[in-house]
Design a binder for this molecule. Structure first.
Ligand code: SF4
Length: 106
């Protein structure tokens, strides 16, 4: 592999390492729960309980959507909280929801 090829692979390696770290048990132990009054949480209408999303204010919410079935959620099945691709240092509730919800494949 020449230098140009090596440099071209850096973003891919970095992304893979970040994805592995997001799902790691070590990371889960370091995270604090995202609070609903966190300024970013307020901005994206995050609720720890998706059933409490105010559909009058957030019409895009569809019942049944939760962090657990969002493509950005990194928690394991059955976990009550897990990492989210939007937050480096906080986890989110599996039963939660925000504006950035994106259907998990599969
Ligand atoms: Fe939950 Fe997905 Fe929003 Fe993260 S992006 S808070 S996992 S709905």
């Amino acid at each position: 592999m020449n230098r140009r090829d090596a440099i071209a692979r850096v973003p891919l390696v970095t992304f893979a390492a970040l994805a592995a770290w997001q799902a790691s048990p070590a990371r889960a132990q370091q995270l604090t729960h995202l609070q609903e009054d966190d300024p970013t949480a307020v901005e994206i209408h995050y609720k720890r309980d998706a059933g409490k999303v105010d559909r009058a204010k957030v019409p895009k919410y569809v019942p049944g959507q939760t962090c657990a079935n969002c493509s950005l959620y990194a928690g394991a099945p059955g976990d009550t909280d897990g990492g989210c691709g939007l937050f480096i240092d906080k986890d989110v509730a599996a039963a939660g929801w925000c504006d950035a919800w994106d259907k998990k494949a599969g």
